[in-house]
Design a binder for this molecule. Structure first.
Ligand code: PLP
Length: 396
């Protein structure tokens, strides 16, 4: 029997979301999440997944994943600190450390989990965290869990960061102070000003933490935002995910050996949640190997991104100031944005609308995620559909 208070909570809140058009209906994908997806039996050009390099369906990854099931089974069997650390997890961490150019790496079950784990393993109620206002939800939750004082700074505003860092230091209230930022911001595709952040961090002795979920596999010829700026020795925590460009699932922190040693004894999801499966670990390791061997997929990603951006811009769409393959198409009004996305879908393009509260009011956009797996024909078709729907709605 459901409690009356729970039932009335659910009834009221679900009705409220539906009324405000904020209740997200999930569209299940039938089959693989590749450049073309099937939803409700209909084939659509997929411009919504984070599978930047097309590795989620790569034959080489599928092969090693199947082999890992045969050699190691389907589950890790325990948390990492009991006996769930398999040789496959260590191989993944070794490969990631080479990839990132750091002394060591610890891997987790997801990128979200990583931020829940790593921030609170180091920061506590006597500390402060300077956090970019547009940081990802998992950073915000990770910071909250640590109980440190959270001091937001205006998005990528280095004067504001310097001012708040100085105030925090001068107050004498905190033992440690961290600055934390996304490497690439997922809604606009802009890149964090890491060289200036590092300069400010050095001036005020801040701990530096970069969440590179959207940068790894994309920037720095695939090695990420930190490598893009040549700052491997200057960032304490390089956090990344194995679920976006890497195409599998999992997360990691790369850094100095003693930091990683500490995370292995103090980060709670590592101690209390079972490790990723053998197939996940093997497939992710293979993906990293492929990225280290060749920049072909990375180059293809950028080529496709430039092509799509150029096409949409030439049609007269506002594609914002993205510096990465993330290609927003800014419509503005929330209702128009949702309608546009729905019409694109009906015409054969799957591109999600993103509106307030995920982005500021009046900046609703349809976000496009081109990948290395798209062909030029697919992108041409997508651009033609954008033109047709854009003209129908009087947007261009
Ligand atoms: C997607 C994302 C995450 C979460 O990564 P998962 O591996 O999907 O849990 C964390 N941080 C940022 C910035 C992200 O974009």
């Amino acid at each position: 029997m459901t409690s009356k208070s729970l039932q009335s909570f659910l009834d009221e809140n679900i009705a409220d979301l539906k009324e405000r058009g904020l209740y997200n209906e999930i569209d299940p994908v039938q089959g693989p999440n590749g450049p073309i997806i099937t939803i409700n039996g209909k084939k659509l050009i997929n411009l919504s997944s984070n599978n930047y390099l097309g590795l989620a369906t790569d034959e080489r990854l599928k092969k090693v994943a199947k082999e890992a099931v045969d050699s190691h089974g389907v589950g890790a069997g325990a948390v990492r600190t009991i006996n769930g650390t398999l040789d496959l997890h260590l191989a993944l961490e070794k490969k990631l450390a080479e990839f990132k150019g750091t002394e060591a790496v610890i891997s987790f079950q997801s990128g979200f989990n990583c931020n829940m784990a790593a921030i609170s393993a180091v920061m506590d109620k006597n500390d402060a965290i300077l956090s970019d206002q547009l940081n990802h939800a998992s950073i915000i939750d990770g910071c909250r869990l640590s109980k440190a004082k959270i001091i937001p700074f205006n998005h990528s505003d280095m004067d504001d960061l310097r001012k708040k860092a100085k105030e925090a230091v001068d107050s004498g209230d905190y033992n440690k102070i961290m600055v934390i930022t996304d490497g690439v911001f997922s809604m606009d595709g802009d890149v964090a000003k890491l060289p200036e952040i590092v300069e400010i961090a050095e001036e005020f002795d801040l701990i530096t933490y970069v969440d590179d979920a959207h940068g790894s596999g994309v920037l720095g010829k695939g090695a990420g935002t930190v490598k893009h700026f040549g700052l491997q020795d200057k960032i304490d925590f390089q956090m990344g995910t194995l679920s976006k460009a890497i195409g599998v699932v999992g997360g990691y922190v790369a850094g100095k050996g003693d930091l990683i040693d500490w995370l292995k004894v103090r980060s709670r999801p590592f101690l209390f949640s079972t490790a990723v499966t053998p197939a996940d670990a093997a497939a992710a390791t293979k993906a990293v190997e492929l990225l280290m061997e060749s920049t072909e997929l990375n180059e293809k990603l950028w080529e496709n991104a430039d092509y799509l951006k150029e096409g949409l811009k030439n049609l007269g769409f506002d594609i914002g100031d993205s510096e990465t393959p993330i290609t927003p198409c800014v419509i503005g009004d929330e209702k128009d944005t949702q309608k546009f996305s729905k019409k694109l879908n009906e015409a054969g393009v799957y591109a999600k609308s993103i509106v307030f509260p995920t982005v500021p009011r009046g900046t609703g956009r349809v976000r496009n995620m081109p990948s290395a797996a798209h062909t030029k024909e697919m992108l041409d078709d997508a651009i033609a559909i954008y033109e047709k729907v854009g003209k129908e709605m009087g947007l261009i």
